[in-house]
Design a protein around this ligand. Structure first.
Ligand SMILES: *[C@@H]1O[C@H](CO)[C@@H](O)[C@H](O)[C@H]1NC(C)=O
Ligand SMILES: *[C@@H]1O[C@H](CO)[C@@H](O)[C@H](O)[C@H]1NC(C)=O
Ligand SMILES: *[C@@H]1O[C@H](CO)[C@@H](O)[C@H](O)[C@H]1NC(C)=O
Ligand SMILES: *[C@@H]1O[C@H](CO)[C@@H](O)[C@H](O)[C@H]1NC(C)=O
Ligand SMILES: *[C@@H]1O[C@H](CO)[C@@H](O)[C@H](O)[C@H]1NC(C)=O
Length: 250
């Protein structure tokens, strides 16, 4: 039912959103089958997204149905997004993910996308995952340590407990920012931390309605100018406080 709503909301205005209408079928029996299915369905085009997703086994981050193209719950009222949304996010950010890039991943949850991003920025790059649920910070670090501890040891990947709405100024400016939860509007603090020429992608609650969530791309042209592109309809959990998410402060 949810899937049909999502599919109906997808406007075929870009290659990615067109590909995504097929993407819910991108299942596999293994990580390599899943990645091959996403590629076959056109969710990403080139080698770099392919190689990153192939190198990071989703099973390390997703305890249930890791190769099913659907979101899964990971506890604390948090989810890991469907694989096609991760692939689409990597494809959208791809031009900004170069050796040495600084990247911010807000609401890093399981740590899966953060790890893929870290694979794409090389030894000189830095990817910071911000997660506000302390147990998820620890869980995601343990997930990364299963097969990618070198990313943590080398400083290429950091997962930090914090309020994503504030960003993380000490590694700014960022060439790319991914936000994994829906805000009411594009947070100014995150625009401020974006590099000129940088790109942020995020779900925004259009008109305060969950059904009106839009996936938006924000390109920073200059200190005073951004270019915003409405990509498609999506459904994400809200970007909110710890109290809101789990009903208590830890
Ligand atoms: C990053 O550096 C590696 C190793 O030096 C190189 O193979 C790769 O092509 C570079 N990638 C980009 C996007 O520049
Ligand atoms: C997370 O891990 C750190 C270091 O191992 C530990 O001190 C802390 O209590 C853990 N936090 C939670 C919420 O499990
Ligand atoms: C990843 O880590 C898990 C847990 O340590 C291990 O069972 C698995 O074999 C590892 N996968 C690869 C590809 O090394
Ligand atoms: C939000 O509502 C206004 C007024 O009803 C409408 O003009 C606008 O298109 C809506 N925005 C989106 C993104 O749906
Ligand atoms: C999820 O949120 C609800 C409502 O805030 C809360 O009652 C519940 O305890 C939360 N679940 C977890 C696992 O934190």
């Amino acid at each position: 039912m949810l899937w049909n709503q999502v599919k109906q909301q997808i406007a075929a205005t870009t290659l990615i959103s067109a590909a995504l209408s097929m993407a819910w079928r991108s299942h596999g029996r293994s990580n390599s089958e899943l990645v091959a299915a996403l590629q076959r369905n056109g969710v990403f085009q080139g080698e770099r997204v392919h190689d990153a997703m192939l190198a990071v086994d989703r099973a390390d981050f997703c305890p249930t149905n890791p190769y099913l193209d659907a979101p899964q719950t990971i506890g604390y009222n948090a989810t890991i997004s469907a694989p096609h949304m991760h692939a689409a996010a990597l494809e959208l950010l791809l031009p900004k993910l170069n050796n040495g890039s600084h990247v911010l991943d807000i609401g890093s949850g399981s740590g899966y996308l953060t790890t893929c991003l870290a694979k794409m920025v090389g030894h000189d790059g830095v990817v910071v995952g911000i997660e506000h649920i302390p147990q998820l910070v620890n869980l995601s670090i343990a997930n990364v340590q299963k097969n990618h501890s070198e990313l943590l040891d080398g400083g290429q990947l950091k997962i930090i407990e914090g309020d994503g709405r504030l960003g993380y100024p000490s590694e700014a400016p960022y060439q790319a920012i991914h936000v994994g939860a829906a805000a009411e509007s594009v947070p100014q603090k995150l625009i401020d931390q974006l590099a000129i020429g940088g790109r942020m992608i995020l779900p925004v609650n259009a008109n305060g309605s969950r059904n009106g969530q839009r996936y938006v791309q924000v390109d920073k042209i200059s200190d005073s100018e951004v270019q915003t592109k409405d990509l498609m309809g999506v459904i994400y959990v809200p970007l909110t406080s710890v109290e809101h998410q789990i009903g208590r402060r830890n």
